[in-house]
Write a protein that binds this ligand. Structure first.
Ligand SMILES: C[C@H](O)CC(=O)C(=O)O
Ligand code: MN
Length: 345
């Protein structure tokens, strides 16, 4: 069999959890996993949207425990392997041990772009457990290239076999992706990955830029199901990369079938770029904040975009979900003051 030149990792059952309000059912996971397995996807991710241990009031409670979902997915796969996401501080080493018992074969340890050092023990544990172990640098637009290289080198020194540039806010433009992947290719020996969000309609263009600059791991989700405007669309990416001459090893008809016949049937709404997700890309806000922002805007009767612009200005990062409500309350308070102070005509 010819070696895959690009490894497409599907995140529908993890990043898609944000769009699904963390309410994946066992049936949805089983059918999606069967389809991904049939299409010969090597790795796909199953976890709460915010990674292992994410089910909480802060991040959103899961309808079904993620360990049960991992078990269900692993039980129907003959070919594909299950990846889990772990954000140190949200998930623990115990969570990772449990995920392995449930069937996980890969761990992706995710930190904010400037905080790789908190991942040392989790990456080391991943290697000890014999997992394919990956570092995932989130909100990559928030740091200069030199900082990204420094942090990626830390991941590599802890034992990461792949390091990802993660465009969590869908804020990067293709030339910025090229610059980042090229720098990592020049400075690191491990493989490089890219994870995109489509908030500025750049996910596919950024993916192509990443692959052309030397990235060999690329994330996608079926029908783009993911946080914000969603991810690079897996089935489209297979077609585009194969057309460009890359070998993805994925069967195009089977991947289209699982996208249309399974995922499209349970998606709560089409994964489109709306006013709010566009503003996320524009102002650099974590895509996972979208549904929390919609809720806060409704509660305080204000425009979602005003909250997002302010969060972008404040450089809010993942883990600061409580700030969304604080910002919304402040905007509502200021606007009610403005209204009462306005002259009555
Ligand atoms: C926890 C986030 O949803 C991880 C991710 O997919 C991203 O940063 O993007
Ligand atoms: Mn994501």
């Amino acid at each position: 069999m010819t070696k895959r030149s690009v490894e497409i990792l599907d995140v529908t059952l993890r990043d898609g959890s944000h769009s699904m309000k963390h309410a994946f059912t066992k049936e949805q996971v089983r059918e999606t996993a069967k389809g991904l397995d049939k299409a010969k996807v090597n790795y796909f991710e199953v976890s709460h949207g915010d990674g292992l241990g994410g089910s909480s009031l802060q991040y959103g409670l899961s309808l079904v425990d993620e360990l049960e979902l991992i078990e269900v997915a692993a039980s129907v796969c003959e070919y594909s392997k299950i990846s889990v996401l772990l954000l140190p501080g949200i998930g623990t080493k115990n969570d990772l041990n449990d995920a392995v018992k449930a069937g996980a074969k890969m761990v992706r340890v995710a930190t904010h772009i400037t905080e790789a050092d908190v991942a040392k023990q989790h990456i080391e544990l991943g290697r000890e457990l014999g997992l394919k172990t990956v570092g995932f640098l989130m909100m990559a637009h928030m740091a200069p290239v030199e900082k990204l290289v420094e942090q990626a080198k830390l991941f590599e020194s802890y034992g990461a076999e792949v390091v990802y540039v993660t465009d969590s806010a869908g804020a990067l433009l293709p030339h910025e992706v090229t610059e980042r992947i090229t720098a990592l290719k020049n400075e690191l020996s491990c493989e490089i990955g890219f994870h995109g969000h489509n908030n500025l309609s750049m996910a596919m263009a950024n993916t192509v830029a990443a692959v052309q600059a030397g990235a060999t791991y690329i994330d996608g989700s079926l029908r783009a199901l993911g946080a914000g405007s969603g991810n690079t669309q897996t089935e489209v990416m297979v077609a585009v990369l194969e057309k460009m001459g890359y070998n993805t090893g994925i069967d195009l008809y089977s991947i289209i079938d699982v996208a249309n016949d399974v995922v499209a049937q349970y998606m709560p709404r089409p994964q489109e770029i709306n006013g709010s997700s566009l503003i996320m890309g524009y102002s650099g806000v974590y895509s996972s904040f979208l549904l929390h922002t919609e809720k806060a805007a409704k509660r305080f009767g204000i425009d979602e975009r005003d909250i997002l612009i302010e969060l972008g200005r404040m450089q809010a990062v993942g883990g600061q979900e409580d700030l969304i409500y604080e910002v919304a309350a402040k905007i509502a308070h200021n606007s009610s003051n403005t209204h009462t102070e306005a002259p009555i005509s």
